[in-house]
Design a protein around this ligand. Structure first.
Ligand code: IVH
Length: 694
């Protein structure tokens, strides 16, 4: 079989398994064998790129980089819906519909309202050719490469009577489970966590690196079909057809005849929706008949044939039992409220189950910082209100002050000393958080820094984990990442400890047997080969997350250059601002940190970037910044990038006021050109650029 045929065969097989899995929930193949097929396909395509198709299943794992998303017009505008918040408003809507249809009989389709971002997908001859965000409803961003990573979205559809061109619309979302995992990762990475799954989905669909989008496990429910040809009579027909073509149609929809049945549907899903794996914030009702939809028409913003009903965020009373103060890796102190249900007021806190809220039991809620405590004017023993809306972390929204007189309450006193090490807490001007300044001895800060050092995106030491670190720390074997490199088999073998988890109330026994010790030591040895940018990130310098570490490493190339850099030299790096520069300077002003870096270096950890330095051909572009966009005749973008750097120029990631030149090829986005023009950036053609460097 020649490569072209094999590529075709593999693609068909993989899509078949995918379809069975997502459509029929049947696994006909093991994950291992599935990955093997995918790998064979990817290898073949890499060898024969001429046979790679735009709908190849390998697109699902991503790998393309989109520097700037092109703005494109929607073929049909993407409108929004009017909202209602109570039964009366819904009945008013129903009255308007009845009048609008002159007494004809009509039906509604009820659907859940998913809380994600609306997306539109265009299919030409059955092949997915474009995925666009809603944008302003008229124009959105072309995020085709990223939507192809949605595994349940068919890249090619087969079916009878498919129009040559059609659009399918739906809600792109991040399931709760992926959201939680992502936020945990963001937290350890020192990057900002997403407030809710909707923000996470929105951010993830707009990542430049589609491989990262693929890792975030986004999904999509489809809820409408559009084409120039009228091929369906009703919304119901279109949903059934979409389903039969292999689309992931939003589950739970129902056809009803009256507004009373709509209200019944609303009540039915009020609790049930909290058991779904994704966020929902209401329901949508739509007139079923397309003919009647056309009769009713649109207002300027929204259809007259559909409306949404929004559920109120669930808000319940709870008792504030006590407040804990958690010290993080950076020393920031976060107050956390311990809550119980009102019925549990007199129960010992250890036996408390918490408040039942949106499907889960809530025992703790963050109070963010000292200002929030003042703002809420909250007291221990108070009856407070807790809410879980789109956000995952429950919020305390207020205090029931009337109840206060019935019980003894006590002011919440923010500690003046670190609850872990007793140091006097401090607060920087302009910042809300109090922090413990004892960064070289405060236990949770030390442990936190080691945990950060072993993180997947830092040294990736997965043979160690939180529990093992705690054990090593408590026994005085490690208190900084450098101590890891002094561990030996003799020191580790036979160590044991029971570790109690406050959150779960469970005790876990950790013991270091031969195999464990071998893995730990192997992992530590291997970490010496981790690239410099990972080490730099692993140091846990404030504001130096993975992305910033990457930029610094490729600019300065070594830890010595970074530690010697002045504030001005640091801020000269594209996208490195004053806050980061100051944090780096202050990090290296601490003798313990200098010592840590020296010890890591002596242990053999990579403190230099081994990216090949670009050989300098000239310095005619010195001090000049460039963005490359579009397709070029003589060079590809990577070659142009090397040319620019070889002549002393620098590449920026986006068009901004700092940019000198936009190197523009064919097919580049009109919005980027427009922005460059507005900012007075010089736009260069390939020839003009070649002229510049002679
Ligand atoms: S239909 C003409 N159905 O809610 C509007 N929208 O404000 C057609 N949404 O932008 C939208 N679930 O992002 C429709 N089952 C559903 C939906 C849904 C969520 C979102 C969608 C839209 C917004 C409407």
């Amino acid at each position: 079989m020649n490569p072209e045929q094999r590529i075709e065969e593999l693609s068909r097989q993989i899509e078949h398994y995918n379809f069975r899995y997502y459509q029929d929930s049947v696994s006909e193949i093991s994950d291992f064998d599935f990955d093997k097929l995918l790998k064979e396909l990817k290898d073949l395509e890499d060898k024969h790129p001429e046979f790679r198709k735009s709908d190849s299943p390998t697109q699902r794992v991503g790998g393309t980089i989109t520097k700037n998303f092109e703005t494109v017009y929607h073929r049909y505008p993407m409108l929004s819906l009017d909202n209602t918040y109570n039964e009366q408003e819904l009945r008013n809507f129903d009255d308007r519909v009845r009048r609008g249809l002159d007494g004809e009989a009509y039906e509604y389709i009820c659907e859940l309202k998913f809380d994600g971002i609306s997306l539109s997908f265009t299919y030409e001859n059955g092949v997915l050719v474009r995925g666009i965000t809603r944008g302003d409803g008229t124009r959105g961003d072309d995020i085709t490469n990223n939507v192809k990573t949605i595994r349940s979205l068919p890249l090619r559809v087969k079916g009878e009577n498919l129009p040559p061109v059609f659009e399918v619309r739906g809600e792109g979302f991040m399931p709760f489970s992926s959201f939680q995992k992502l936020n945990e990762d963001m937290d350890t990475l020192g990057e900002n966590q997403y407030a809710n799954p909707r923000n996470a989905a929105s951010g993830s669909f707009k990542l430049q690196d589609s491989a990262e989008t693929a890792r975030r496990n986004l999904d999509c429910y489809l809820y409408s079909f559009l084409s120039d040809d009228i091929i369906f009579n009703s919304h119901e027909e279109s949903l059934l057809a979409l389903k039969s073509w292999g689309f992931n149609v939003s589950p739970g929809w129902r056809k009803v005849q009256t507004i009373d049945e709509v209200i019944e549907y609303i009540h039915e899903w009020e609790e049930k929706r909290t058991t779904l794996p994704l966020a929902t914030d209401g329901i949508v009702i739509k007139i079923n008949s397309f003919e009647q939809q056309r009769e009713l028409g649109f207002t300027a913003k929204s259809p007259r044939w559909a409306i949404s009903f929004k559920y109120k965020a669930e808000n319940k009373p709870a008792i504030l039992r006590s407040v804990n103060y958690q010290v993080g890796r950076t020393g920031a102190v976060t107050p956390v409220a311990n809550l119980s249900d009102v019925s549990e007021r007199d129960l010992d806190y250890k036996k408390v189950k918490g408040v039942h809220l949106s499907g889960t039991r809530v025992k703790r809620a963050t109070l963010h910082n000292a200002n929030e405590i003042l703002r809420l004017d909250i007291r221990i023993g108070d009856t407070v209100f807790v809410e879980k809306s789109g956000e995952i972390i429950p919020k305390i929204t207020g205090v029931d002050t009337e109840k206060r007189s019935q019980y003894i309450t006590q002011a919440v006193e923010f500690p003046t000393k670190c609850p872990e090490c007793g140091s006097e807490l401090m607060r920087n001007e302009g910042e809300v958080a109090f922090f413990c300044p004892n960064d070289s001895h405060c236990p949770p800060q030390l442990k936190g820094r080691i945990e950060h050092y072993i993180h997947r995106k830092a040294m990736n030491l997965d043979s160690l984990g939180e529990g093992k670190i705690e054990l090593l720390f408590d026994l005085g074997l490690v208190s900084t990442p450098a101590d890891l490199y002094d561990l030996t088999e003799e020191k580790l073998l036979g160590l044991e400890k029971n570790i109690f988890n406050e959150e779960t109330g469970k005790t876990k026994k950790i013991s270091f047997r031969e195999k464990t010790v071998e893995n730990i030591l192997k992992g530590i040895e291997l970490s010496k080969t981790a690239p410099f940018k990972n080490v730099l990130f692993g140091l846990g310098i404030r504001f130096v997350g993975a992305t910033v570490a990457d930029k610094l490493a490729s600019y300065f190339k070594s830890i010595d250059a970074i530690r010697a850099a002045s504030y001005d030299e640091l801020t000269a790096v594209p996208e490195i601002g004053g806050r980061i520069a100051m944090s780096i300077e202050s990090y290296f002003s601490v003798p313990e940190n200098q010592l840590l870096v020296d010890r890591l270096k002596a242990a053999g950890v990579q403190m230099e970037s081994n990216e090949k330095p670009v050989e300098l051909e000239s310095n005619v572009l010195e001090g000049k910044t460039f963005v490359i966009s579009g397709v070029f005749e003589n060079f590809d973008r990577d070659e142009l990038k090397i040319k620019i750097e070889a002549n002393g120029g620098r590449i920026l990631s986006g068009v901004s006021g700092k940019l000198n030149f936009l190197l523009a090829g064919a097919n580049m986005g009109p919005s980027k050109l427009e922005k460059a023009r507005k900012l007075g950036v010089t736009i260069l053609s390939e020839e003009e650029f070649l002229g510049m460097i002679g």
